[in-house]
Design a protein around this ligand. Structure first.
Ligand code: FES
Length: 124
């Protein structure tokens, strides 16, 4: 389903992600990290940490922040901002949960390939 410049893609059920954990999904050419907080909220970011490429879905959640497993920098799951001022924010994606409990990730249609996304992650 498409809404303006965003296309929503179903990746799986919320129940597939234990509370406080993340999972990585492929959405076309994109690697997306999806997180379920202990309070039950679901967020999505790029899987690749903008610092040195760490796998964010493997990171620990602290409230509504993810801690990168490589160097422990924290990223806000709402904004993608890193607590370290010299590190680029991580790409975030809108999330929709269906009444049946399926996770849908909003992918900007202008990002047609992973190459289109990479410069945004490394140019700040
Ligand atoms: S690779 Fe993520 S903080 Fe360094």
């Amino acid at each position: 389903m498409s809404s303006g410049e965003i296309t929503y893609v179903t990746v799986g059920p919320v129940s597939a992600i234990p509370p406080g954990m993340g999972r990585a999904y492929h959405v076309g050419p994109h690697r997306i990290a999806v997180f379920r907080t202990r309070s039950g909220r679901v967020f999505a970011t790029a899987q690749r940490c903008p610092h040195r490429g760490g796998p964010l879905a493997d990171g620990m959640l602290v409230g509504e922040q993810v801690v990168c497993p490589l160097h422990a920098f924290r990223f806000d799951l709402h904004t993608g901002q890193c607590e370290q001022s010299h590190v680029c924010p991580v790409q975030t994606y809108p999330v929709d949960i269906t009444p049946e409990g399926w996770i849908r990730i909003g992918i900007p249609t202008r990002f047609r390939s992973s190459e289109d996304v990479s410069p945004l992650l490394t140019s700040c």
